[in-house]
Design a protein around this ligand. Structure first.
Ligand code: PEP
Length: 234
């Protein structure tokens, strides 16, 4: 059983999500299917797919105009929230410490945070991939975790670019993350791979050791693209 999570980013409508949920309802799978959608679409009825947000405030409540708290996300019935996505880190200068606060708020409100880590192209070229991944996990995961979290390894240079690391690079990254989580007392935490996953590479990626599922951006927007990923593995 794998976890197949979609990230709609700033795309879609409530009607589009309802259509997607209808399309997914006829898919036979034992995999866990999650769709992380814009805040405005949370609350759409979705029996066959769990909904999540794509971000949450690092603050709990109060005078933070435009922000949405973890409590508010949980109040919609959502179960998950992505924190530390590379686009948040890049465009909103989110650091590991901010991501950790967001993950803590999510956990305090019963949400499962999908905590993203991954290296930029500059970091990759400077030979820092493994160091960035390890510090990303150690610094972004709250210290007092005693419940479910999910980690997503997303090489930032590959997201939305149609590029993927080699299978050996993915295997090395996931082995390091699994070892780091075990060191932190979090053995068994699911680790997803994300960046340019499509129907034609999903099965191969999910056959790599320590890859417990995928986080899918562009190819989660249309059921014709998303369903083949969901059904590519048992
Ligand atoms: C993402 O944004 O999390 C992502 C993996 O995007 P894409 O699949 O489009 O590369």
């Amino acid at each position: 059983m794998k976890i197949i999570a979609g990230n709609w980013k700033m795309n879609g409508t409530r009607t589009g999500l309802e259509t997607m949920v209808r399309d997914l309802s006829s898919v036979e799978t034992e995999n866990t299917v999650i769709l992380c959608v814009p805040f405005t679409m949370l609350g759409v009825k979705s029996d066959c797919v769990a909904l999540g947000a794509q971000d949450v405030s690092r603050h709990t409540h109060g005078a933070y105009t435009g922000e949405v708290s973890a409590q508010m996300v949980a109040d919609t019935g959502a179960k998950y929230v992505i924190v530390g996505h590379s686009e948040r880190r890049q465009y909103h200068h989110e650091t590991n410490s901010i991501v950790r606060d967001k993950a803590s708020n999510a956990l305090a409100n019963g949400l499962i945070p999908i905590i993203c880590v991954g290296e930029t192209m500059d970091e990759k070229q400077a030979g820092k991939t493994m160091a960035v991944i390890e510090s990303g996990v150690r610094e972004s995961v709250p210290s007092d975790v005693n419940t479910d979290i999910i980690i997503a390894y997303e090489p930032r240079w590959a997201i939305g670019a149609g590029l993927t690391p080699t299978a050996a690079e993915i295997a090395d990254a996931h082995a390091l993350i699994a070892k780091t989580l075990a060191d932190m007392g979090l053995a068994g935490t699911p680790v997803l791979y994300g960046a340019s996953v499509k129907g034609n590479n999903a099965a191969e990626i999910m056959s790599i050791p320590n890859v417990d599922g995928v986080l899918v951006g562009g190819a989660s927007l249309k059921s014709d693209d998303f369903i083949p990923i969901i059904t590519s593995v048992k």
